[in-house]
Design a protein around this ligand. Structure first.
Ligand code: ADP
Length: 164
């Protein structure tokens, strides 16, 4: 059985992330999506629990996509879950610069036991980022082109709660 880890903050999960998950699902028997909290990032729109809930709802019918809470180093989560590789998605040159450094560090700290595989989202999804989605949403504009209906609904609900 081949398993791969896809770590990220998914705040919120976008159609870009989902395109990468679909591609990974074709390449591997199981994709483990680890929802992470970056201690250096000050604020999130959704809590860690909400981000996990949303992903679980979206993928509830797919047995080969597992959603977990990820804490600590991605390579440790990968090894604990029997994954020999980590998937990262590439959008731009700036993603590339960061990912090149990250994959080397991950190789070093895992003693070469965990490799990184980079995938590219299909053309229509390449430019989508969680931060762009939040910006468009905060301007009161429609985000349904960029996210699953589950995310769209949960963002509206959360905004109503925050506005109260
Ligand atoms: P963000 O969207 O804020 O960069 P994440 O940490 O949630 O952040 O992203 C997890 C992984 O998904 C990263 O490797 C990121 O580069 C990748 N990713 C995010 N959006 C896309 C996209 N539209 N196309 C390809 N990869 C993506």
């Amino acid at each position: 059985m081949t398993r791969v880890l896809y770590p990220g903050s998914f705040d919120p999960v976008t159609k870009g992330h989902m395109n990468i998950i679909n591609q990974a699902g074709v390449l591997f028997d199981e994709v483990i999506v680890a929802v992470m909290q970056n201690p250096l990032k000050k604020s999130y729109f959704f809590t860690l629990e909400e981000r996990i809930e949303i992903l679980k709802e979206i993928y509830r019918k797919l047995d080969n996509i597992r959603i977990i809470l990820g804490s600590g180093a991605s390579v440790d989560i990968a090894l604990e879950n029997d994954c020999k590789s980590i998937i990262r998605g590439l959008r731009s040159l700036s993603d590339y610069d960061y990912e090149v450094q990250l994959q080397q560090i991950n190789k070093d700290i895992s003693n070469n036991r965990v490799n990184t595989i980079c995938l590219f989202a299909d053309r229509d999804y390449q430019f989508i980022s969680s931060s762009m989605v939040k910006e468009v949403f905060n301007l009161g504009k429609d985000i349904s082109t960029y996210v699953d209906p589950v995310v769209n609904e949960r963002m509206k609900q959360k905004k109503m709660l925050l506005d109260k």
